[in-house]
Each structure stands twice: as C-alpha cells, then as structure tokens.
Design a protein around this ligand. Structure first.
Ligand code: SME
Length: 301
C-alpha cells in the first residue's frame, strides 16, 4: 500500500524536484498545507496571511523506502535551525515542517526529529504534527524545474547530482563487505556523477596513508600523519575543505591542476581507517553541501 507524508522545506519547486528523484517515491506534488482558508491561490498564500506552508505531498512505496530514510533525505535539503527562511526565501510560507496523515507515522517522525536535534545540539525550527489540510498548487507549479530547467531553485543544483550518486552507490554496495571493492566503486560513482578532477582514497597503514582506489591522474603514493590536507583530516579526525590549495600550509600538490580540495575521514569503530580525497581544477568548489552528501556516501561503506 502506498503511503504519503507532507514535507515543507522552503520553496516547493526545488523540494518537489528533489523528492521526485528519490527511489521508491511514486509522486511528488507541490501544494499548500495547514492554512486557514479553503482552496487558496498562490497569490493568497504569497501574502503570508493564510497560514499555509509551501509543502510537497510525497507518495512512496514503503517496501522500497522507509519513512525514516525519506526524512533523513529531507534533512539533507533543509536548514532545520532557520526560522521561516530557506535559502533566500523568507516568510511563514517557507517554514519547515513534517506533517503526517497517518497517526502511526508520528513515532518515526519524532525519532528522526530527536536524532537530528541531538546532532544539531539546539532546538530545531522544524514544525511536526498532523496534516490539517493540503491543497494542490496551480498546474504551473507542478514539475516547475522540469518545465523551466533554468528556473529559480533555492537548493544548490549539485544537490540533485549528489542524490543520484548516493542512490547509485547504495544500490551498488548492497551486500558487499570488501573495503577495497567498496572504495573502488565509491571513487567511480563520484567520478561518473560529479566529474571532479581527482577522487580517491588514502588508506591508513600504521603511521602513514597509502594510496588506495582512485579515479584521476597519477598521485603521490604515501602521505605522513598530519601532512598535507589528507594527513590533517586524519590527524584532526574531521572534514577539511580547502577553497584555495595555495593558501593551505603544507598542501601536497600531486597535480598542478588541482585548485581546491575536500578531504573526509572514513572511520571504523571510532578510528580513522582511510580518507576520501577529492580535488577540483576550479577554485572554491567545495562547501557544506559537498561535505554533507559525501559524509552520507561514506556512511554506506
Ligand atoms: N593534496 C593532497 C595530496 C593528495 S592529492 O590531492 C591526490 C594533500 O595535500 O594531502
């Protein structure tokens, strides 16, 4: 039996486009939820006086995707701390909210919400509660970004490519437990979907990082603890984003074409066992969106 959940995450054009691309989602429909008048128009909602939130009705097949997984993806595309503002869009109609139509979903919503709140360490601005009403938005709002590929989207466009990369990897790695195979597949998926200049792993071997599976030009074979960006990410056990490699003291230049870089630790039992290193041939390529999705991809390993 198909199920529905109603997700408000800022401008519905991008949110609908995102959930339309999630495996297991059967339809994503833009509309207005939990307001105070019947059958509102976009213009009425736009006044911000009707109480409606721009909301996407997500219909999914629970045998293919769980509500929990859907909600975890939802948290990848919102700022849960921001009040009545997502991206540049401001107003109560852009508030974030998770509304259920089936009381038995309240528990899963509560658990994901609590988990995210613990991670944030602050109270979240995301509303949760039962759906009171939902009205489908005008036809020109439906599949807006398919109809207008250059149209406005408050989400970074790379979000949609990362979603596909994440889902590809989840499918490809299912049932595999060999780490080298998983690293090789991960490098390949990121390369195929994101087209960065260099993508690969360095594996912890004693007190040194040794080159692992990668896609790109030949690279240095070994990097010491605390050396370069990779050794720093290992030593400090954190994601390191370098907007300009020339500004990073001790950066190791494997290729003169590399201009910016992101390195993320891969952990097992709380210890760093490898790092994922990605180089771009343009400056300032990486930001918190890359960090979030790449961390999510590494969680599949
Ligand atoms: N630039 C890295 C070395 C690895 S290459 O980018 C592939 C660093 O400073 O650690």
């Amino acid at each position: 039996m198909d199920k529905k959940i109603y997700l408000a995450g800022g401008c519905f054009w991008g949110v609908e486009h995102f959930f339309g691309g999630v495996d297991g989602v059967l339809s994503a429909i833009s509309g207005y939820a939990n307001g105070n008048i019947a059958a509102p128009s976009y213009e009425q909602v736009y006044t911000d006086k009707t109480g409606f939130a721009e909301t996407v009705e997500v219909t999914y097949d629970p045998s293919r995707i769980s509500l929990r997984e859907l909600l975890e993806l939802y948290f990848c595309i919102i700022d849960p701390l921001s009040v009545n503002k997502q991206g540049h869009d401001e107003g109560t109609r852009y508030r974030t909210g998770i509304y259920w139509c089936d009381e038995e979903d309240a528990q899963a919503v509560g658990q994901v919400f609590e988990g995210q709140q613990r991670k944030a360490g602050k109270p979240l601005a995301v509303e949760t509660g039962p759906l009171r009403n939902f009205y489908k938005a005008e036809e020109y709002h439906q599949e807006y970004l398919d109809k207008n590929p250059a149209g406005y989207c408050h989400l970074p466009l790379k979000t949609f490519r990362y979603l596909r990369a994440y889902q590809d990897l989840a499918n490809l790695l299912e049932g595999e437990d060999d780490m080298v195979a998983k690293m090789a597949e991960t490098s390949s998926v990121i390369h195929a979907r994101m087209r960065f200049f260099w993508t690969g792993f360095y594996i912890v071997r004693g007190d040194v990082l040794v080159l692992g599976p990668f896609q790109g030009t030949p690279a240095c074979l070994r990097i010491g603890y605390g050396k370069g960006v990779c050794g720093t990410a290992w030593k400090e056990d954190r994601t390191v984003i370098v907007p300009d490699v020339e500004e990073f003291p001790g950066h190791i230049a494997c290729s003169s074409e590399s201009r910016s870089e992101i390195v993320l630790p891969l952990r097992k039992d709380g210890k760093v066992t490898a790092v994922l290193d990605i180089d771009s041939d343009s400056p300032a390529t990486f930001d918190s969106t890359d960090a979030l999705w790449l961390e999510k991809m590494l969680s599949l390993l």
